[in-house]
Design a protein around this ligand. Structure first.
Ligand code: LMR
Length: 400
């Protein structure tokens, strides 16, 4: 029997969806998990994805196993999207890349690789706060978790000085995780000038940059802008690691399609890294699922579908940005105590509202509105039909 098994807590993010589903009120709103919703609050399958589905159906492909590192055309296109076609490590054949079970799987492989092969301390520095799942992923892989300052509660902005100090005082050669764009949960990113300073600091301290890029294109609506930090670090010669997800920018959440890549020193080093990635993946899940990778390849590999997708991803980003303005205006109109400018300046799927855990609980209880207890809201869950109700409920919660 399992008398020795203690009951565990629900997941801080996915547990919110469970509570939302159990609520029968027609007014209910789920602002927990970061999953895009359209103007009617419905999941959105991108038209470019629907076209790709049709192409795949017509191609009548087999369902054979993929190689351990995934579908080769997919990983090539994923790398080009992140690093650029003209990227030097790509051209020189020194980028090791493998398909992954979305962003989480990429992080799991990346941390497992570092736990096995990183010379020196097996610790990873995460921003405080960070995506809740980063912590157990790193720990399950055998890394020790440390944190660096990131969020300034007083300004509801980036604590850049604190961040630099902590990175500076980390032992030389530390592994440091960076959110490439649309920091989750705060929605606050360094500016381009600040990324440049960080690159210098990483060089000086010989730190290892571990990039998590779950939102390329989704943050600003611009693929290049969102890839700035990664591409700049590569240009500056950092041998970084990059996790990519296609959950948000292509709306392929349940297809679980992502990639992890390592910028290596030489093609020979790349092939050694490749060989070890296979050894890590094979006992974990053998090889990745095929369908999502085929969809992404069909879109990124076709000039027409690619153009169409760029418009769609921009459309999603813009709808979210327009909700930020609406929410801000309404909160101000209702004389909600506090400064709400951050709602407009934050980037990407999320906004860090500053709501306290008790206020979050009250919103669920009284207004059927669900969010994570850290006060993060998924902006994508708002639409013209519910943004006013949400603002009124927040205003009430804040006024007490
Ligand atoms: C989120 O932060 O809500 C998303 O990244 C989805 C997830 O898996 O947690």
């Amino acid at each position: 029997s399992w008398g020795n098994v203690p009951a565990g807590p629900p997941d801080p993010i996915l547990g919110v969806t469970e509570k939302f589903k159990a609520d029968t009120s027609p007014k209910k709103i789920n602002l927990g998990v970061g999953a895009y919703r359209d103007e009617n609050g419905k999941p959105y399958v991108l038209p470019s994805v629907q076209k790709a589905e049709k192409l795949l159906y017509e191609a009548k492909g087999d369902k054979e196993y993929l190689p351990i590192t995934g579908l080769a055309p997919f990983t090539k296109l994923a790398a080009e999207l992140a690093y650029g076609k003209e990227s030097i490590p790509l051209k020189e054949g020194r980028l090791a890349i493998t398909q992954s079970i979305s962003g989480t799987g990429a992080l799991r492989i990346g941390t497992a690789f570092l736990a096995r092969f990183y010379p020196g301390a097996k610790a990873i520095y995460l921003p405080s706060p960070t995506w809740g799942n980063h912590i157990p992923i790193a720990k399950d892989s055998g890394l020790e978790v440390k944190q660096y300052k990131y969020f300034d509660k007083d300004t509801v902005g980036l604590d850049f000085e604190g961040m630099k100090q902590d990175i500076e005082s980390a032992p030389e050669g530390s592994i440091i995780l960076l959110h490439a764009c649309a920091h989750n949960p705060t929605g606050i990113d360094p500016t381009e000038a600040q990324w440049k300073e960080l690159s210098d600091l990483f060089k000086k301290k010989k730190h290892f940059p571990f990039f998590d890029m779950a939102y390329q294109g989704f943050a600003s609506g611009d693929i290049l802008k969102d890839a700035f930090a990664v591409r700049y670090f590569v240009e500056q010669g950092h041998q970084l690691l990059l996790c990519q997800s296609f959950a948000k920018n292509l709306g392929l959440y349940g297809e679980r399609v992502g990639a992890i890549s390592f910028v290596c020193e030489s093609p020979e080093e790349k092939s050694r890294v490749d060989s070890q990635l296979k050894i890590i993946i094979r006992p974990m899940y053998s090889n990745p699922p095929i369908h999502g990778a085929r969809l992404v390849s069909a879109i990124l590999g076709s000039p027409e579908l690619y153009e169409e997708w760029l418009v769609e991803v921009k459309g999603m980003a813009e709808r979210i940005i327009s909700m930020r303005t609406k929410l801000y205006n309404k909160l101000v109109e209702l004389n909600t105590p506090g400064e709400w400018g951050h709602i407009k300046s934050q980037i990407g799927m999320f906004s860090f509202t500053g709501l306290k855990p008790e206020q979050v609980d009250k919103l669920a209880e009284k207004a059927h509105i669900y969010l994570t207890r850290d006060g993060r809201i998924s902006m994508a869950g708002l639409n013209s039909g519910n943004v006013e109700y949400f603002a009124e409920s927040v205003s009430k919660a804040v006024k007490g």
